[in-house]
Design a protein around this ligand. Structure first.
Ligand SMILES: Cc1cc2nc3c(=O)[nH]c(=O)nc-3n(C[C@H](O)[C@H](O)[C@H](O)COP(=O)(O)OP(=O)(O)OC[C@H]3O[C@@H](n4cnc5c(N)ncnc54)[C@H](O)[C@@H]3O)c2cc1C
Length: 480
């Protein structure tokens, strides 16, 4: 049955693509995917720094409906992931529904007409019955608040907006930040730059990454046997799922031991000491790499842990008074991760703006719907970050598809999650979060809003999230 609902999806990353595929499958064809970038892939379109790669094994970081026997290695790199997502768009016939270079500026619910009005592109107005926000969590790169940053006269860019036109060969380069992106890009650029300064605020746990490329024989075997690809995916899931709650103390101790033994390759004991974390494993996002620590044995690499006090036209100054001259600064300083729907200008029922609805920080029911914003569904929304995000997104899309089907069955014009249901859900969720002791150790600022509430993380396993989203129940919603 073809639904008459007009659906707008915002974003053409994994979330937008998954939604498009499932809509077509269910017979919806009146939908458009609006993407501000000139290409598809979301995170994997924007983050093209050298060494960018997945830290979830690719056979699980891919859609269940589009297994890929040809992943070249356990943890695929960005070009391969982007190509995979482009192939999905092609294979499932999404191109006709895509509008690239089209930013959504504002989204407003019209109470009388029961439709969403969207202001997009150069002032164009669009109307939709349903909006799916697939804008991701990592869309807004953050620059550090360092005096003089804007005075720097050399080349300056964020790792998430890599400057393809700038050749780093022979440059004196500073990388500010030592978390996920830095761990991946430093080993790649160290051999080509002249001098590399790594500015670290706090050390992270970096465990080994078993990432030997698949052999031709292994690839042939996977290519010939879809069951073997399924089995591999299931095995990765079974290994990863129990570790996501961080409540297994012996496992955490093993991870710390693995991190310490990974560190042993660092030859200089003082550098090794500075790279040794002083917080428990899991307190910050765990990282893995076999290439990161050996980078610090190179003669052209210096680890700087003194706080930066100032940036001048051509140097970075630390609080011991040292000025290191640099040609290029790369900001590996992460993203503003706690805005979610608040990154858009969204007004819901009775003219309530999302910033007011979320004055105490983002919250939602199952991370998907928030009270006062009918027919608006979020993917990778509040408190859904954990595990393979593609797996989590598939759960969310399946849930939204069930809701759309129920709306058609009952001929509803809108649904809006009940406040009591959302509140009860969030009270329980915050209780579960409080139980993850390593997240209470005070080091994970990117998970929290000003009030201290954790708004990004899902505190349970992927199976638990699947179980909670498996049955969409209209009783949780006010309907009209
Ligand atoms: C460097 C990096 C590495 C990562 N590694 C992993 C990993 O190993 N495993 C894992 O599970 N997750 C990883 N993630 C998280 C990753 O973001 C998700 O896995 C996944 O990409 C989320 O998909 P999405 O479609 O929800 O969002 P995104 O991939 O972020 O896509 C959102 C899209 O929406 C578009 N958009 C945003 N605002 C607008 C607007 N106003 N109008 C129009 N378009 C808009 C953006 O341009 C973007 O293309 C990583 C993230 C980063 C940054």
């Amino acid at each position: 049955m073809k639904s008459a609902r007009r659906i707008v999806i915002i974003g053409a990353g994994p979330g937008g693509i998954c939604t498009g595929v499932r809509l077509l499958e269910a017979g919806h064809d009146d939908f458009v995917i609006l993407e501000q970038a000139p290409g598809i892939g979301g995170t994997w379109w924007h983050n093209r720094y050298p060494g960018a790669e997945c830290d979830v094994k690719s056979h699980l970081y891919s859609f269940s409906f589009a297994p890929n026997p040809a992943w070249s290695r356990p943890y695929a790199r960005q070009p391969e992931i982007k190509t995979y997502l482009e192939a999905c768009v092609e294979r499932f016939g999404l191109a006709a529904h895509l509008r690239l270079n089209t930013q959504v500026h504002a989204v407003r619910w019209d109470d009388d007409r029961r439709v969403w009005l969207l202001r997009v592109g150069d002032g164009e107005e669009l109307e939709a019955d349903v909006v799916v926000s697939a804008i991701g969590m990592f869309g807004a790169p953050v620059a550090p608040d360092i005096p003089g940053l804007d005075r720097f006269a050399g080349t300056l860019f964020h790792s998430a907006r890599w400057n393809d036109d700038h050749d780093l060969t022979g440059d004196a380069v500073a990388v500010i930040g030592s978390a996920a992106s830095a761990v991946q890009l430093l080993p790649e650029i160290a051999p080509t730059v002249g001098q590399l300064y790594v500015y670290q605020r706090s050390a992270n746990w970096v465990t080994p990454k078993e990432d030997t490329p698949f052999s031709a024989e292994q690839l042939d075997a996977l290519g010939d046997d879809p069951d073997a690809v399924d089995a591999l995916r299931n095995e990765i899931f079974r290994t990863m799922d129990p570790n996501l709650t961080f409540d297994d103390v012996p496992r955490r101790a093993l991870a710390e031991a693995a991190g310490r033994s990974n560190l042993e390759v660092v030859e200089d004991p003082e550098v090794r000491r500075k790279l040794t974390p002083n917080m428990p494993f899991g307190c910050k996002r765990p990282l893995s790499s076999n290439l990161y620590y050996p980078t610090f044995n190179r003669p052209n690499v210096e680890l700087v842990t003194e706080p930066i006090t100032e940036i001048t036209e051509d140097a970075i100054v630390t609080d011991d008074g040292q000025a290191r001259r640099v040609d290029t600064i790369i900001l590996a300083t992460g993203f503003a991760t706690t805005k979610f729907l608040g990154a858009l200008d969204v007004t819901g029922r009775d003219g309530v703006h999302i910033d007011d609805a979320w004055a105490d920080g983002p919250q939602a029911y199952l991370g998907i719907t928030t009270t006062g914003f009918p027919n608006l569904f979020m993917l990778y929304g509040p408190n859904t970050n954990n595990g393979s995000i593609i797996y989590m997104i598939e759960c969310q899309v399946d849930y939204v598809m069930q809701l759309l089907a129920r709306m058609d069955e009952h001929d509803l014009s809108w649904i809006d999650v009940r406040r009591d249901v959302m509140d009860e859900y969030n009270t329980a969720l915050q209780g579960d979060l409080a139980g993850v002791d390593v997240w209470q150790a005070g080091c994970n600022t990117y998970y929290r809003v000003a009030s201290g509430r954790i708004v990004t993380q899902w505190p349970n396993s992927m199976s638990e999230y699947r179980a909670r989203t498996e049955q969409a129940d209209l009783d949780a919603f006010e309907t009209a």
